[in-house]
Design a protein around this ligand. Structure first.
Ligand code: C2E
Ligand code: MG
Ligand code: MG
Ligand code: MG
Length: 288
């Protein structure tokens, strides 16, 4: 009887939900094809210090869909996580980023750049992740000391011991760690002293609200102070205005990423950006 009722409820058909399920399945199929055909690209967003020097970049995956145009990572990364495609996607991103790092190492203008790569929880938790990183570093001949993984808080709370051990194994290859989107998770701060993190990235929602809200300013000030007292670097994400940058600088945050400096760029355009940035940095040094 209960079984019959269950079957009956399934007959109540929700066209909206059905459309969403179909669209998701189509997107998944398209993502599979895009991965197989090597149709994704990586763009690189400059990370800038208080002296205007570009110290590194964050690799951000881009997908230009044949019919739909650009699809935001916010749409397809969660899908890739849910379906397990993130393993393949993540491997591709890592390999691509390391190839680029090795290429940059051969030119004086780019040899000093660090590369930040987003690693999703499912990818990080995979038992083969460390071996995979080691093999990519070996094959691309990229310097692991220039590589930094951006992790999110969710990962760190679930299995602190396992995460710490994995981070240590990667650290042995020179890899560093940033905690992405800091302040948006719900976790305790205990992991900050237990995990070998190098950097905290202040989430862009806090940066965006600077100048609008005194409480928000207090939070940003506190994050910067927390990072400093724990001996961690601190970088602000989503810096769009000089006023935001000035506030952050006054409070002691000396590393930034955001549209004020540059959007993410294809590798070739990044080279042009670096040439211009070097010029303006040397100009401002001369002025001061
Ligand atoms: P995220 O790691 O926090 O990356 C920063 C995001 O903020 C990027 O969005 C970047 O384009 C955007 N952004 C940078 N500066 C500004 C700014 O000044 N203003 C505003 N409004 N936005 C800014 P994007 O590229 O759309 O990526 C969104 C998220 O998707 C990333 O957030 C990251 O969580 C994920 N993602 C991107 N690429 C990868 C990848 O290769 N692997 C994984 N696992 N996740 C990725
Ligand atoms: Mg990131
Ligand atoms: Mg972020
Ligand atoms: Mg984010």
């Amino acid at each position: 009887q209960a079984k019959g009722a269950g079957r009956n409820t399934l007959r109540f058909f929700d066209p909206g939900l059905q459309a969403a399920v179909t669209a998701r399945a189509a997107l998944e199929a398209d993502l599979r094809v895009a991965l197989a055909q090597n149709a994704l690209t990586l763009h690189y967003q400059p990370q800038v210090d208080a002296d205007g020097r570009v110290t590194g970049v964050e690799a951000l995956v881009r997908w230009q869909h044949a019919e739909r145009g650009d699809i935001a990572p916010a749409e397809f990364i969660p899908l890739a996580e849910d379906t397990g495609l993130i393993m393949q996607l993540g491997r591709w991103v890592l390999r691509q980023a390391c190839f680029q790092l090795a290429r940059w190492a051969q030119h004086p203008a780019t040899a000093g750049l660090n590369m930040a790569v987003n690693v999703s929880p499912r990818q990080f938790r995979h038992p083969d992740f460390v071996a995979q990183c080691a093999s990519v570093l070996a094959r691309t001949r990229a310097d692991g000391r220039r590589l930094k993984f951006e992790l999110t808080e969710g990962l760190l709370v679930e299995d602190m011991e396992g995460t710490a051990a994995k981070m240590a194994a990667l650290q042995a290859h020179g890899v560093g760690f940033a905690l992405d989107d800091f302040g948006t998770g719900y976790s305790s701060l205990a992991y900050l002293r237990r995990l070998p993190l190098d950097q905290i990235k202040i989430d862009q929602s806090f940066v965006r609200a600077l100048g609008c809200d005194a409480n928000n300013e207090a939070i940003v000030r506190t994050i910067i102070g927390l990072a400093k007292s724990l001996g961690l670097q601190v970088m602000a994400e989503g810096v769009e205005t000089a006023a935001q940058r000035d506030f952050l600088l006054r409070e002691g945050c000396r590393d930034y990423q955001g549209y004020l400096f540059s959007r993410s760029l294809p590798a070739a355009a990044l080279a042009d950006y670096l040439a211009t940035a070097a010029l303006s940095a040397s100009t401002s040094t001369r002025q001061s």
